[in-house]
Write a protein that binds this ligand. Structure first.
Ligand SMILES: NC(=O)c1ccc[n+]([C@@H]2O[C@H](COP(=O)([O-])OP(=O)(O)OC[C@H]3O[C@@H](n4cnc5c(N)ncnc54)[C@H](O)[C@@H]3O)[C@@H](O)[C@H]2O)c1
Length: 234
């Protein structure tokens, strides 16, 4: 009989998304034996540890996290964190779920250990099916509440959605439009795909996360779902 493997999950970044993932582990929506947290603001990791009823080890830096041999790490930090940590993590044979997928644009990481969840959008199964034939046009329209200054700060976040989509539709390119609407209360992404055998329209209207209005709860839940699948297939 095969022995059950101990599953250890590492989370880098204890903000809005990291917290939701840790809470899903606490509620056993994701089943694992150990949780390791790292945030470069150590208080964030300590506060998250203290807020949940699950055994947590805090790592003071990435190397300490790697020494604890996590099975899977979820990056829920920043694009810079992805750029800095992707090689040390994947070269150790550890699977990495990347939330800040904008960091992967133009990169050429040759590893199967990197996983990008659907994030704040969906329908990627249908879009990737269409990509097997020919996609002629993809337009992503991100609608948010606010002015030009807010658009500038919103832009890197929107890049995560745009880059997740761009990996799927290759070699087609994603045309991105950012629209501000002072009346809108949700983070809204509209996707239109024209392909060889028809057209697709998707609209995601996501409530802002209470702790970080720029983030949609759907993004965290997509990581939780992917984490469950990867653990099941261990
Ligand atoms: N793929 C998607 O659709 C999607 C959707 C929403 C957010 N995101 C991305 O996910 C990431 C996390 O989002 P969030 O809302 O939880 O952010 P957040 O700001 O609430 O939390 C991020 C946490 O990571 C920590 N951190 C930042 N850089 C770090 C580093 N280099 N090393 C260690 N810790 C670091 C911060 O201290 C903070 O506690 C962001 O990059 C965001 O853009 C992706």
């Amino acid at each position: 009989m095969s022995e059950k493997k101990t599953v250890k999950v590492g989370i880098i970044g204890c903000g809005a998304i990291g917290t939701l993932i840790a809470q899903a582990i606490e509620k056993k929506i994701v089943k694992c034996e150990e949780l390791i947290l790292y945030d470069y603001i150590q208080k964030k990791a300590k506060d998250l540890k203290n807020s949940i009823d699950f055994p947590v080890t805090i790592a003071e830096n990435l190397n300490k996290m790697l020494n604890l041999k996590p099975t899977i790490i979820v990056e829920a930090a920043s694009q810079k964190a992805v750029k800095d940590y992707i090689k040390p993590i994947t070269s150790k044979g550890i699977k990495l779920i990347v939330m800040s997928s904008g960091a992967l644009i133009g990169s050429n990481y040759q590893t199967e250990r990197i996983y990008v969840p659907s994030g704040a959008i969906g329908g990627l199964d249908a879009i990737s099916s269409a990509a097997l034939t020919k996609i002629s046009k993809v337009v992503l329209t991100t609608i948010f509440e606010g002015n030009a200054e807010k658009a500038a700060t919103q832009f890197p976040r929107s890049m995560n959605v745009a880059s997740t989509l761009s990996f799927i539709v290759k070699p087609a390119k994603v045309h991105v439009r950012l629209i501000s609407d002072p009346t809108i209360k949700r983070n809204t992404h509209e996707i239109k795909v024209e392909w060889q055998y028809g057209e697709m329209y998707f609209c995601f209207s996501n409530d802002p996360h209470p702790e970080n209005p720029k983030t949609s709860a759907l993004a965290a839940w997509s990581a939780i779902q992917l984490l469950k699948t990867l653990i099941k297939n261990q």
